[in-house]
Design a protein around this ligand. Structure first.
Ligand SMILES: *[C@@H]1O[C@H](CO)[C@@H](O)[C@H](O)[C@H]1NC(C)=O
Ligand SMILES: *[C@@H]1O[C@H](CO)[C@@H](O)[C@H](O)[C@H]1NC(C)=O
Ligand SMILES: *[C@@H]1O[C@H](CO)[C@@H](O)[C@H](O)[C@H]1NC(C)=O
Ligand SMILES: *[C@@H]1O[C@H](CO)[C@@H](O)[C@H](O)[C@H]1NC(C)=O
Ligand SMILES: *[C@@H]1O[C@H](CO)[C@@H](O)[C@H](O)[C@H]1NC(C)=O
Ligand SMILES: *[C@@H]1O[C@H](CO)[C@@H](O)[C@H](O)[C@H]1NC(C)=O
Length: 901
């Protein structure tokens, strides 16, 4: 069974309406750098920029006193606050407190570590605050989420993270827990190398199968992923590429950090020799040297020597020294053999030789180191080295495509991916005792051998009468100091269920457990059932025929997820399982009449499917009873729901605190600049400013007093004041300034308002004069008229009211001084003019009535059968009353007819 995903290029994101599309975030969370990419329709597909428009973010979170900082900002203060700045956290994910990994971390990191209740590491700030690795990683993921949401302009939930292929279940749990704490949802974890392969295939077409090695040298590890690219349906419209991971080689401990450490050792030795002091005693100095080592290493990638200089490194000594590339390479001589080893391991795992490899793609920041490039070139031949993928960004871009395909909302180029897991996973259980006195025998089966395809299920069948437990272990240590037990699943309710089946006529019912190796590399018991064939011919016949097709459905494209816990193995997979997973008894046991058999033929009924999917025939449902599976984690447990909730609310509390602080800072700054602006207004020498003209001496007095009070208050209490107090101060001062501003605004607006009023006054008057003349003429000629005399009288009345109101109040307003409140408001003037305008336009737009007497025709009359369009034209030709010139804002008689709606 394999994981199969279909996708199409992003440019085709048109199929589904925008509203149903959610964005997908891809994050490459590295030891040193975080890169992210957002897939959202309408947003150009690229890596996400941080607030400084940088394409990558340093994997650092820290505190400068009370301010939490991320990325470069945090790294910049690491020298001053070594205990409060946390970096390289990927190193610590799920690492047992007393493992070598942690010891190695402590060699380069000044962070104070403590053991958590889950046997992993916690990090302690200088004020004693303790954080789990998951929480600190979650802060960074949440920071990236925020950046993505700013770009997406919506909430972002779904995320795909890249992980090293060698990540154990513990480490995968740790990253998934961090994702959840950050308020995100894991769409998938995808291997770094696989992501690069996806990115590589996006823009290429393969005509024949090709093998490539993706050589990824990062900060903490080196991984070589051997992948095959095989064309699918080359001639059809759905032509695409099948990417299959064939083998992986890795070194968990060699990477950029190891190189930095070697450089720092050189710097330390130089300092100590020169100044006869041990700089290791100084935490801050060591943090500074760590940063300096990274810088020197980068310079040595392009130059044969570098000058290292750190001002006031320790004991007020300015450190300065030259480091040569030769010196650096000598210090790393023991590593040279390790650089190429993963390539050989990958070839071995895949059963291929270098001759089979088309190219070796270099990715990861550490591949910039000449020494490492040289080693890889020597191993594979310079002609095979390809630098045609983006060393920094191809993992995250590939992961974004991968995520887009999983979300099933994007149509993308047809690329199918099958990845593998790298660690042998065994399942062990105790055989049922044959007699009460017999010693328990344990039976161990290699259930998912290294190289197993992810997205695989296997079904184990047990002849058991009682509850029993399955123990899942890594066959080999994944790294020194790590446990081997992954989890234990107890299958309960067995005897009742079997009894029930027997009662109903089943002969020799059994227990079937479905074990899943998920797309993201997690092993779990996805389901356990009691199963028995009930000897009833009418049922059995149809029952058997049901299964084969069901099993095939499950194989199809990623439906696995939807059918989680449903379905059995395919015939292909089942065969392989019987080869690889032949039960092996441990020393404790000698005979094996009692062993479990992994499902080894496709005829093995997929009872689980039927049980899950109630729509499927009732026949099979009666044959299975679902059993309870209780899973416990005796070694490195993932975080419980409660722990995650607690962590989440801790982080949320910080977010809220920071938001409140931002609001307060804003309120304070606003108040301060307002106070200064007001002081400038009061202090202005020029007495002709609007503020001075429109205010009374007494008013300025009050403002000045209050202003001084506010300055004093801000100075004395600004730091401890509440946001609301800061806002209130400003509001109460604004209330004093408001009437002055109002006066000024009215003075400014008055001439225009008056113009407008007079214009309507004028237009109406013109109209009335002409209309009355026409009416008289029409009456005389016995022609139809648009208006009656009453209507015109009515309009005249409205006009007179407007004129007299205007006249009265304009006269009064003339006596008002600038620093007194106006007696008429421009808003009222406009409202009154509007009344007049409405009355006028009602009559003005009136259409010419049809002639009352058909015999009467006059050339002066518009044709009765005019269309609306023609009327509109005629209206333009009508004598529009002469209107005084207007400035653009008011257009009383603009295109009559267009105002109506
Ligand atoms: C790998 O190369 C060897 C020798 O060149 C060749 O015989 C073999 O068929 C190749 N294998 C594959 C899978 O291409
Ligand atoms: C056992 O069978 C009875 C009826 O046949 C049913 O009601 C009951 O739920 C079954 N018990 C279990 C555990 O399935
Ligand atoms: C096998 O027996 C040994 C000692 O007799 C015991 O320590 C070990 O745990 C047993 N293994 C299993 C899987 O039970
Ligand atoms: C209104 O218009 C008439 C006619 O143009 C004019 O005589 C009168 O003075 C105007 N009244 C005001 C208040 O502008
Ligand atoms: C008055 O009559 C003339 C001639 O028919 C016409 O052009 C003009 O539009 C009419 N005026 C009004 C206000 O209707
Ligand atoms: C008022 O109208 C007159 C005549 O069209 C014009 O000259 C003047 O600029 C206008 N004033 C304002 C304030 O719009």
């Amino acid at each position: 069974m394999r994981l199969i995903h279909c996708w199409t290029l992003v440019s085709l994101l048109t199929v589904i309406p925008q509203s149903t599309l959610a964005s997908v975030l891809a994050i490459d969370y590295g030891t040193d750098w975080i890169k992210a990419s957002l897939m959202k329709p309408g947003v150009p597909f690229d890596v996400l920029l941080n607030r400084d428009s940088k394409r990558k973010i340093q994997s650092v979170v820290g505190w400068k006193r009370d301010d939490r900082l991320f990325g470069g900002d945090a790294a910049a203060v690491a020298g001053r606050f070594p205990s409060d700045v946390f970096s390289g956290l990927k190193y610590l994910q799920a690492a047992p407190y007393d493992s070598e990994t942690v010891a190695r971390y402590s060699k380069f990191s000044p962070s104070k570590l403590v053991e958590t209740s889950r046997t992993t590491c916690g990090l302690v700030q200088s004020d004693g605050t303790e954080w789990s690795v998951e929480e600190l990683v979650a802060m960074q993921l949440s920071y990236v989420k925020q950046l993505a949401e700013e770009v997406a302009e919506e909430k972002v939930r779904d995320v795909v993270l890249t992980v090293p292929p060698f990540y154990s279940q513990y480490e995968r749990d740790a990253i998934v827990d961090a994702i959840e704490i950050a308020g995100l949802r894991t769409l998938a974890l995808v291997s770094d190398g696989t992501s690069v392969a996806v990115n590589y295939a996006m823009t290429r077409t393969f005509t024949t199968p090709e093998y490539h090695i993706i050589y990824d040298a990062g900060a903490s590890s080196i991984v070589a992923t051997l992948v095959s690219f095989t064309p699918i349906d080359a001639k059809s419209a759905s032509a695409g590429t099948h990417i299959a991971v064939a083998g992986v080689g890795y070194d968990r401990n060699t990477g950029g950090i190891e190189l930095d450490k070697r450089v720092r050792e050189i710097l330390i030795d130089t300092f100590n020799a020169k100044h006869k002091k041990d700089v290791r005693e100084d935490k801050k100095a060591m943090a500074k040297l760590w940063k300096e080592a990274g810088r020197v290493k980068a310079i040595l990638s392009a130059n044969t020597d570098a000058i290292s200089a750190v001002e006031s490194l320790a004991w007020d000594i300015d450190f300065k020294s030259k480091v040569t590339r030769a010196q650096f390479e000598t210090a790393c001589s023991d590593l040279k053999a390790k650089f190429a080893q993963p390539i050989y391991d990958a070839l071995n795992a895949a059963g291929l030789t270098l001759d089979n490899i088309t190219s070796v793609l270099l990715v990861g920041g550490t591949t910039r180191t000449p020494m490492l490039q040289k080693a890889v070139k020597a191993a594979v031949g310079a002609e095979k080295i390809a630098l045609n993928v983006n060393a920094d960004e191809s993992p995250v871009l590939g992961a974004a495509f991968y995520g887009a395909s999983l979300s099933r909302q994007f149509k993308t180029k047809n690329i199918k991916v099958s990845d593998i897991s790298l660690h042998d996973v065994e399942v062990a259980y105790f055989a049922a005792p044959t007699t009460a006195a017999s010693r328990p025998r344990s039976i161990t089966t290699l259930i998912f051998p290294s190289g197993s395809k992810v997205g695989t299920k296997k079904t184990l069948t047990f002849k058991r009468k009682e509850d029993f437990t399955l123990f899942f272990d890594y066959k080999h240590l994944i790294a020194p100091g790590y446990p081997q037990r992954i989890f234990e699943s107890e299958i309960t309710g067995v005897s009742e269920a079997l009894g029930n089946l027997t009662e109903r006529g089943a002969v020799d019912p059994v227990v079937k457990a479905t074990l899943l190796l998920s797309d993201s590399g997690f092993v779990s018991v996805s389901e356990a059932v009691a199963y028995g064939e009930i000897k009833d011919d009418s049922l059995t016949g149809s029952f058997i025929s049901l299964f084969t097709p069901l099993a095939i459905i499950d194989l199809d494209e990623g439906k696995l997820k939807g059918f989680f816990g449903a379905g059995s193995s395919s015939s292909e997979e089942a065969t392989s399982s019987s080869e690889n997973a032949a039960p092996r008894e441990t020393e404790n046991a000698s005979s094996s009449s009692e062993s479990a058999t992994s499902s080894s033929s496709s005829a093995a009924p997929s009872s689980a499917t039927a049980d899950k999917d109630k729509k499927k025939k009732a026949v099979s449902k009666e044959d299975t009873i679902k059993l309870k599976v209780v899973t416990t984690f005796p070694t490195i447990p993932p975080m419980t729901v409660e722990e995650k909730k607690k962590a989440r609310s801790r982080l949320r509390a910080i977010d809220q605190e920071e938001a409140a602080k931002t609001r307060k800072d804003e309120a304070r700054n606003n108040l301060e600049s307002y106070l200064y602006r007001l002081r400038d207004l009061l202090d202005d020498e020029n007495q002709d400013t609007p503020f001075k003209k429109c205010s009374k001496e007494s008013e300025r007095q009050v403002i000045a007093e209050k202003l001084e009070g506010s300055f004093t208050w801000l100075h004395d209490r600004g730091d401890i004041a509440e946001t609301s107090q800061l806002l209130d101060k400003r509001i109460s001062l604004e209330a004093l300034e408001k009437p002055i501003i109002h006066r000024y605004q009215e003075i400014e607006a008055f001439p225009q308002a008056l113009n407008n009023s007079q214009m309507w006054n004028w237009s109406t008057r013109l109209f009335l004069t002409e209309a009355r003349q026409n009416l008289t003429a029409e009456l005389e000629a016995d022609l139809p008229s648009k208006w009656t005399k009453d209507e015109l009288d009515g309009l005249e009345k409205t006009l007179k009211e407007h004129e007299s109101w205007l006249h009265t109040w304009v006269e009064k307003q003339k006596t008002v001084k600038p620093n007194e409140d106006p007696v008429i408001e421009t808003t009222e003037m406009k409202a009154r003019a509007k009344v007049l305008e409405t009355s006028l336009m009602k009559l003005y737009r009136r259409k010419v009535p049809k002639a009352r007497k058909p015999k009467v025709t006059s050339s002066a009359e518009p044709e009765p059968e005019q269309t609306a369009q023609a009327e509109a034209d005629t209206e333009k030709d009508q004598t529009v009353p002469e209107t005084p010139e207007q400035d653009g804002a008011q257009e009383p008689l603009k295109a009559p007819g267009h105002d109506e709606l």
